[in-house]
Design a protein around this ligand. Structure first.
Ligand code: CP
Length: 294
């Protein structure tokens, strides 16, 4: 049990295993009758994370409260902290939040005792529930993380998904973890991953290939890269996946830029676990919401 769920780094190995087990139990039909409300505060756009948290809350017996940020008092200058305190004063004590400001949710979690937070993505820093659903989806595919090779391909430098995923895979003792991207999409620190810029070499013997979205909205004004060159060297397709193991699978956190980082023919093929990831997201978020201390 935990008050808040902010990042994968704060979880012990056993906590992570317990959350994966709980995700599996919910997928197998475990039910709970919880009471209370969970407010969703999405200061950045979302489809799957927001809706899967709402569905997870409903399935657990909780009441989801969707705050329409665009029409909220944020537009009149209210701070995020005041918005949360306002909602807390009305009796809401659990908040699922996505915000572009890295670490803001950690600050609020420290300052607002008695409030439970779930991080639904903070800037480029962390997206821990995405990692939980990604690890669970991989676990269904792999017999043993320690024997597996996972390759992450794409815009890693702007990716909170990659940051959290590396942390989770290292905690689970993944056999081999490779980042494959051009220089301009690689972070300064890779924390446990190896770098291989050549896609065909990187994919050799891969069990799981995680494609990442090219996040144009996070490019700095001085960022200069050719999308055509990127597509030519790094696009995931059935052709490029043929360099991986014969039974390798492809994943993508979504939303996808079809025909940019991944072709439609691969995304919609039998080798794609993309819709499994989305489905498992509801169970992973049930696991997280039901583990917050009540
Ligand atoms: N993967 C993910 O976070 O998707 P959304 O932006 O649609 O929530």
């Amino acid at each position: 049990m935990m008050r808040s769920f902010l990042d994968i780094a704060s979880l012990s190995h056993d906590d992570l295993i317990s959350l994966l087990d709980l995700t599996h139990q919910f997928k197998q039909g475990k039910s709970l009758s919880m009471t209370g409300q969970v407010a969703s505060l999405f200061y950045e756009n979302s489809t799957r994370t927001r809706v899967s948290f709402e569905l997870a809350a409903i399935k657990l017996g909780l009441t989801p409260i969707l705050i329409d940020i665009e029409h909220s008092s944020e537009a009149k200058g209210e701070t995020v902290k005041d918005t949360i305190q306002t909602l807390h004063a009305m009796g809401i004590d659990s908040f699922v939040m996505r915000h572009k400001s890295e670490g803001l949710i950690h600050d609020l979690n420290e300052k607002l005792e008695g409030v439970r937070f779930v991080n639904a993505g903070d800037g480029k820093h962390s997206h821990p529930t995405q990692t939980l659903l990604d690890l669970y989806t991989m676990q269904q595919q792999l017999s043993d993380f320690s024997q597996a090779k996972v390759v992450v391909v794409g815009d890693i430098v702007h990716s909170r998904v990659a940051n959290s995923l590396v942390c989770g895979l290292v905690k689970l003792g993944v056999g081999e973890l490779v980042f494959c991207a051009p220089d301009y999409f690689l972070p300064e620190k890779v924390n446990g991953a190896m770098i291989e810029p050549d896609l065909k070499i990187a994919l050799k013997d891969a069990d799981v290939v995680m494609g990442l979205r090219v996040q144009k909205e996070r490019f700095s004004p001085t960022f200069d890269a050719s999308l055509d060159e990127y597509i030519c060297s790094y696009q995931l397709s059935s052709d490029t996946l043929s360099y991986a193991k014969p039974d390798a699978v492809v994943m993508h956190p979504g939303p996808m830029n079809r025909e940019v980082e991944i072709t439609s023919e691969l995304a919609d093929s039998q080798r794609s676990l993309i819709w499994q990831q989305v489905k498992n997201g509801v169970y992973a978020r049930m696991a997280v919401l039901s583990s917050l201390t009540r």
